[in-house]
Design a protein around this ligand. Sequence first.
Ligand SMILES: Cc1cc2nc3c(=O)[nH]c(=O)nc-3n(C[C@H](O)[C@H](O)[C@H](O)COP(=O)(O)OP(=O)(O)OC[C@H]3O[C@@H](n4cnc5c(N)ncnc54)[C@H](O)[C@@H]3O)c2cc1C
Length: 540
Amino acid sequence: MAAIPFTREAMLRQLSEVPEWDVLVIGGGSTGLGTALDAASRGYKTLLLEQSDFAKGTSSRSTKLVHGGVRYLAQGNIRLVFEALRERGILLLNAPHVVSVQPFVILCYSWWQRFFYGIGLTLYDFLAGRYSLGRTAWWSRKTVLERMPTAKPENLKGGIVYYDGQFDDARLALNIAQTCAEQGGTVLNYVRVTGLTKDANRKVNGVEALDLETAQPYTLRARAVVNATGVYVDDILQLDQPDRKPLVMPSQGVHVVLDKSFLPGGTALMIPKTPDGRVLFAIPWQGHVLVGTTDTPLHQLSLEPVALDAEIDFILQTAGAYLQQPPTRQDVLSVFAGLRPLAAPDSLTGNTKEISRSHKLLVAPSGLITITGGKWTTYRQMAEDTVNAAIRVAGLPAIPCLTEKLPIHGAIPASSIPAADGPGELARYGSDAAALQALMQTEPELAQKLHPDFSYTLAQVVWAVRHEMARTVEDVLARRLRVLFLDARAALAMAPAVAALMARELNRDEAWQREQVAAFERLARHYLPQPAEKTVVQAL
Ligand SMILES: Cc1cc2nc3c(=O)[nH]c(=O)nc-3n(C[C@H](O)[C@H](O)[C@H](O)COP(=O)(O)OP(=O)(O)OC[C@H]3O[C@@H](n4cnc5c(N)ncnc54)[C@H](O)[C@@H]3O)c2cc1C
């Protein structure tokens, strides 16, 4: 099918030109985008609707690991680990510009730990088979302290090093959306599904939707409708069956971001057992250190969940026990929370660690297909299973899945990717980097930096609007660039310049600019923990 230009105007035109979609996906996180890409690449007429920006939900708030899940191995969930390790390998091949290999160390303070974790991680390698990213090895105390100079040295015996994948989750989501459009799929942000339509036999045959930018309502017909709305799947399920029991039990996970000096060097720290039995990571990410996460059962949903004080303290205290210089709240540059769409068992226990991380695929009597749970890492497999279900439900001509060998937008051979040198560098744009560089040559004023501490340029903002469907200041600062997640104060400082540039590109007036900056300031407060928040409120 012919590629659709990656602009909102071109996508909206499709809504009036296509009388019936083969597959209509609700939700633009990793699960929905993966499903839309799978369907479009098989040649089905595909539409994806996202109520906010792509990856606004959980899919931009992960630990940024493309992994098998060492923790699930400890729980004996070998099948899940095996599947995820295979998907990890496929993703590294298909998107080498956004996924990279990351060494992790488990610090050992007793010989028993060396023995126990050594066996587990050797099995992890074994399960990866031909997709292994590097051999698990023992590092002596001396090597650990050379490679991770801030690790606490008292009683340290050495460390076990193993390898997993790391990525930029929001950029991969965007790149999947771009690939979907290249395959002839239509993807729209800021269009919310508000209802389901049904035929005389009570079968779902489309959706009611609302363009949140223009308030234009749409009625869209589709042969298969997929509910991939993450923690919101129950809202869509209840549009279908108002008295349905909830399928998802949300659990909040929080990360804090610190200066690189807390973990210099390229090795990540994996803490396999926190005092309350969780796993915690401290990972070098885009020139900073990402530390998390937590697992807090919640009963309220929000697209902008807020970290609890207790979660921030838990992360800082736990990481601090392994670092020479324990981080404090004043050191936190940004804090963000995400909601896991854990598939709840029929009887909820309240203990989210026991609830399945593997995905759940359901087909309702109405034909509505719901996909939830799983991991970012396994999005491709989840998508394949979902489209296979759509073929059965809608009686579509059976076409085999192609995504295992389908390069993601931006993919270039790993050997030609320059080493990452901190945030703002162009490596993550992959094959788009050359065009971005050319833009800065033809319009040299766009080569200016947005902030003295970051290498982001004005050109990246213009690029985000022209080629990445960014519609708001938040879209740019939170997901096209990741600065809101890296350093919320720096993001606040960049907001006025970003708003001015976007207004020029999108032909908006000064009132729009003011409103955008104010909305971003309100949002950014949630990314600053208490003491820092006071400073910002005074500054505004
Ligand atoms: C703290 C944390 C850390 C994690 N770390 C990792 C990790 O390191 N590696 C890994 O593999 N996995 C990780 N995961 C899991 C992974 O992030 C999720 O499984 C995945 O992002 C879920 O994607 P999703 O598309 O199902 O949901 P979401 O990303 O939440 O997407 C659902 C989308 O649906 C949209 N939507 C809702 N209602 C409507 C509507 N009516 N109309 C239109 N759109 C709608 C929402 O706006 C949202 O964007 C982590 C999860 C959490 C919470």
